[in-house]
Design a protein around this ligand. Structure first.
Ligand code: DPX
Ligand code: MG
Length: 565
């Protein structure tokens, strides 16, 4: 029995999810979570989105969190569901997304009664899923007693929001409908704590360094968004007058039409002129940079800590000094009004900036090339477009797109798990039906998670998927080729009728020439449902940036072991 003052464990969880702004959660049922799902379904502010499998549901939650800027939730059954979900949660950890992973769990009596259970490892040891999740979340808890549940739920949600990392809640199957008090008023905040003294000192120090610099520049890094500092960084761009570049995993965070924007700082595959300006600057303020082998093209970019103010979500590192407990957004906002205007780096950039000539389309029967494909994608972009670029050559082609103001771009560059984009596209569309999602997905990646297109059909989403059929793992072909890089061809365009199964509204078509592509895009833009355009591309046709980047990353990967003798 519940009244307005009481709830159940599942009801309490649902109320808190709705309170922090969720309108949907992604789910796959199983007997350990059925009662929990019944309780969640009673909450009219939340809608369940049923997915084909748990990995995809996790990727959908990843895409939902990206689109909404907040948290997301995914609900699975114990072990068989949870461990299938694991890879997506690890990805969300790497990418700083507060995904709330919720799993059913064994009956609370099973351990004491020494019962062997289905879906488990066949041992009376049921803590393993939680232990495994503890490695890829900021907090993993098992809820086994109703009295503890409100505290455990609130604490885990607080942790997810404040750390911008996933958490995992495992709810024992026999307490999901156990009574608890209804949620009391509570403020969930994602504002990090701030040391006012450290903040003042860091701002003063940075002001001194930047105002004394001759040619300072700004660099946006991948953690800028999770630190909620995009707006504060934008103000800094305006007030400082400095030229600004984005790292590749921060593409889409800044307005690319802003007159201070230079492009992508990515070593030899970055935007022309950008690397030269960033690396010749005497001081670089980098907000949230993550210097990995991928973001630095095999560590070819030179991040000189002696010439850098490295602003991380909770600290600021300057040459010889570190200030802790300084939230990025607070630091940038306090710094902006103190800087003297200095456009030296921008003037230097304008001197060397190259005009890019738009590619002219060929005759209608010209076989398609990636360059012509991406020239068409460029033409489709407006302020309502959100591009989702899967790992593969789509990274390099996607990175070259010029985003109009308000267009957005998503990439899973820290984790790079192929197949991510199919689930992420679903989640993104569910969170933001107002946006036109354009997904760029290679054939190899698509084969991992393809069935979630059926969920896109089921829930009436309207993405346009460019399925790039180049017959294999081209990025790997260019790094190190072998028979393992060929994949079985599929009739990708026909998959849509398989998934429609008579009552769906998906549209699939194939384009092998420029004329066919133009016709397919026209059809997709007018279509009220998911569209998949299978684009036929030669196995060796890839962007020159992929070739260059692949060579550097392969060199970095293949360093021989250092002798231990
Ligand atoms: C692998 C990658 O077809 O794109 O443009 O043809 O390369 P391209 P495809 O989607 O192929 C992707 C393929 C096999 N990476 O080239 S990037 C290794 C890999 C990974 N994630 C997972 N398994 C293997 N990144 C889950
Ligand atoms: Mg491919």
């Amino acid at each position: 029995m519940t009244d307005s003052k009481s709830s159940t464990v599942g009801g309490y969880l649902a109320a808190r999810l709705a309170q922090i702004g969720l309108r949907h959660y992604f789910a796959v049922p199983g007997d350990y979570n059925l009662v929990l799902l019944d309780e969640l379904l009673k909450n009219r502010d939340l809608e369940m989105i049923s997915c084909c499998n748990e990995l995809n549901a996790g990727y959908a939650a990843d895409g939902y969190a990206r689109a909404s800027g907040g948290a997301s939730a995914v609900v699975v059954t114990y072990s068989v569901g949870g461990l299938s979900l694991l890879n997506a949660v690890a990805g969300a950890y790497a990418e700083d997304l507060p995904v709330i992973a919720i799993s059913g769990g064994p009956n609370t009596n099973s351990t004491a009664e020494y019962e062997l259970l289905h879906h488990t490892l066949g041992k009376v040891d049921y803590g393993y899923q939680n232990e495994i999740f503890a490695r890829v979340t900021a907090e993993a808890v098992i809820i086994q007693h109703a009295r503890e549940a409100p505290y455990q739920i609130d604490h885990a949600i607080d942790t997810a929001l404040s750390t911008r990392k996933p958490v995992c809640l495992e709810v024992a199957c026999n307490i999901a409908n156990a009574p608890v008090s209804a949620p009391n008023p509570k403020i969930f905040t994602d504002c990090p704590t701030c040391d006012a003294l450290a903040l003042d000192a860091a701002v003063e120090h940075a002001t001194e360094l930047l105002n004394a610099a001759a040619k300072p520049v700004l660099l946006a890094g991948g953690k800028l968004r999770s630190a909620h500092a995009i707006e504060a960084f934008g103000k800094l761009i305006d007030t400082s007058g400095y030229a600004v570049a984005s790292m590749p995993n921060a593409k889409g965070f800044l307005d690319e039409e802003h007159r201070h924007y230079m492009g992508i700082y990515w070593g030899p595959v970055g935007s022309p002129g950008c690397g030269e300006i960033v690396e010749s600057a005497d001081l670089c303020l980098a907000a949230g940079p993550v210097f990995t082998d991928y973001t630095t093209t095999g560590h070819t970019t030179i991040a000189n800590p002696e010439k850098m103010i490295n602003v991380q979500p909770h600290s600021v590192v300057m040459p010889g000094e570190t200030y802790n407990n300084v939230p990025m957004a607070r630091f940038l906002s306090a710094l902006a009004p103190k800087l003297k205007k200095n456009d030296a780096s921008l003037i230097a950039y304008r001197r060397i900036a190259e005009e890019r000539m738009p590619l002219q389309p060929g005759p209608a029967d010209t076989p398609l090339s990636t360059r012509q494909l991406f020239a068409r994608v460029q033409g489709m972009l407006d302020g309502k477009a959100s591009v989702i670029a899967e790992t593969g050559d789509s990274w390099f082609n996607g990175m070259q797109l010029d985003l109009p103001t308000h267009a957005r771009f998503e990439i899973q560059m820290q984790y790079g798990s192929i197949g991510w984009s199919v689930g992420a596209t679903l989640g993104y569309c569910i969170a933001r039906p107002d946006r036109r999602v354009i997904a760029l997905i290679g054939d190899g990646s698509f084969q991992l998670t393809a069935q979630e297109v059926s969920t896109m059909i089921r829930y009436g989403t309207r993405p346009i998927i460019f399925l790039i059929n180049n017959g294999g793992y081209t990025i790997e072909v260019e790094i190190h080729d072998g028979p393992y890089n060929k994949i079985k061809n599929w009739d990708y365009a026909q998959l849509l009728s398989v998934f429609n199964a008579g009552d769906g509204n998906g549209m699939g078509c194939r384009a092998a020439t420029e004329g066919e592509l133009d016709a397919a895009i026209k059809k997709a833009l007018a279509h009220d449902g998911p569209s998949l355009i299978e684009v036929m591309i030669d196995r060796d046709d890839c962007s020159k940036n992929l070739l260059r980047w692949g060579a550097h990353v392969a060199k970095n990967n293949s360093r021989p072991p250092r002798s231990i003798m």
